[in-house]
Design a protein. Structure first.
Length: 232
């Protein structure tokens, strides 16, 4: 049973794919309405963790969500250049969609974008449309796998600011992956570092500490189960 005020609790999570250990003894918990950044080197298991939280990957251990959670998910990549579909048609795939409201909630004017093909959008515009699609049916949890991958640098800050405003306005819990130290520090509350196992779990402000950076990106040292749970 998930503790009061928490929305997610993960205990002794393990994933093995094709006889290869991807995740091992992963433990953490997350409070409602907070943002958790998942960090670590390439191949550390960040995307696999997201897919496991969505129950798309066989695993050992326990994943517990509090109450009736509704999860929105934005994948790391989506190729749409050859897909002949308009923004309004894409968003309307969810039958209960308020397309105009969803689009404008991510900072895109409906009159300017509803009738545009997905394939002509810039990276930043497409990412906003994908976020609109993820929030269109009012989830209380959002998973973002590298939400600004492929987005021009000028749009990155604006997208994270928009996500933070959405979180506050809708009281959403957000989990995201990122390699950007500045983004992790300024736009998340907690940070979970993975390198097959958990190498750090604590407040995101600590990303500026060189000792913590060595724990995350240097030599792999797995945290013990009880140590992880002491982090407030």
């Amino acid at each position: 049973m998930v503790e009061k005020d928490y929305i997610l609790q993960v205990s002794k999570l393990g994933v093995k794919l094709q006889d290869q250990v991807i995740l091992e003894d992963v433990n953490f918990k997350l409070k409602k309405g907070k943002t958790l950044a998942i960090v670590g080197p390439n191949g550390a298991g960040k995307t696999v963790l997201f897919r496991t939280l969505l129950n798309l990957v066989p695993h050992t251990g326990k994943i517990e969500w509090a109450g009736q959670v509704k999860i929105g998910y934005v994948p790391q990549t989506m190729y749409v250049s050859d897909v002949p579909i308009l923004v309004k048609e894409f968003l309307a795939f969810k039958s209960s969609a308020n397309v105009k409201e969803a689009l404008e909630s991510v900072g895109l004017k409906a009159k300017d974008f509803l009738n545009k093909p997905l394939g002509v959008l810039s990276g930043g515009q497409l990412q906003r449309v994908l976020i609109a699609w993820a929030i269109i049916d009012n989830p209380n949890v959002l998973l973002f796998d590298e939400p600004t991958a492929g987005v021009d640098l000028g749009s990155v800050e604006a997208i994270y600011k928009m996500l933070d405003e959405l979180r506050k306005r809708r009281e959403i819990t957000i989990l995201l992956t990122s390699h950007d130290v500045h983004i992790i520090r300024d736009y998340s509350d907690y940070m979970l570092a993975l390198n097959r196992c958990v190498t750090f779990f604590g407040k995101s402000k600590k990303i500026g500490d060189l000792r913590v950076q060595r724990m995350i990106f240097g030599e792999q040292v797995c945290l013990a189960y009880d140590v992880v749970y002491e982090v407030k």
